[in-house]
Every structure is written in C-alpha cells, then in structure tokens.
Design a protein around this ligand. Structure first.
Ligand SMILES: [Zn+2]
Length: 107
C-alpha cells in the first residue's frame, strides 16, 4: 500500500485507488487523520481480508447496520467497514458489539 497527496480542489477529501493499492489524500481538506484511517479501512477490507472475512463482514454489517457509527457507514457494507475501522483506530466511541467483532477479527 502506498500514499499519494494531491492538491485541491477535488470532490472528495480522499479516496482509495484499488488497482494501485494507493491512498490518495487531498491536502488541507477536512481531517486528514480521519481520511487516512477511512482509506486504510478500505485497504484492509478489500486487500487484507480473506474472502471468508469479507463474507463475514457483509453478514455482520447487515445484522448491525443501524449500529454503525456514522450515517455514511450505514449506507453500504463497502463504506461501513472503513467507517467503523476509522472510528476504532481513532479511538472514537463505537458500540460494544462492533468493538467485539473487530477484536475477534484482529485478535
Ligand atoms: Zn470510503
């Protein structure tokens, strides 16, 4: 995984380039640590997780969608994991059931 920084203006604060396995951050656009954590979550979900873990996440997200820590994370399983991962690594409050799942996943 690599990191690239670009200058504004851009539509988004950051994005994950799946093919290049690269996190792209827009300088000075929002909280860069939050953006970096979110995009790292995409990398973990799409490149580190096994297929079985991806299936397990999709099922877990479906069952706990309404407990996800952000509105964006409640919209899809694909954005749900990066949002949860970001909250978790940044030490923001998340529901115990979500913290437990992450602990089991990475434990
Ligand atoms: Zn995302």
């Amino acid at each position: 995984m690599s990191l690239r920084e670009v200058e504004p203006p851009k539509e988004h604060a950051s994005w994950y380039d799946f093919a290049a396995e690269t996190i792209v951050l827009v300088r000075g656009y929002g909280d860069e640590a939050d953006s970096f954590a979110h995009e790292t979550g995409h990398h973990v979900h799409l490149k580190i997780f096994t297929p079985a873990q991806q299936v397990a996440w999709a099922a877990f997200w479906q069952a706990h969608r309404l407990e996800m820590p952000s509105r964006y994370g409640r919209q899809s399983a694909v954005e749900g994991f990066p949002e949860l991962f970001s909250y978790w690594v940044r030490g923001k409050p998340i529901r115990p059931v979500l913290k437990q799942w992450l602990g089991e996943c990475f434990g």
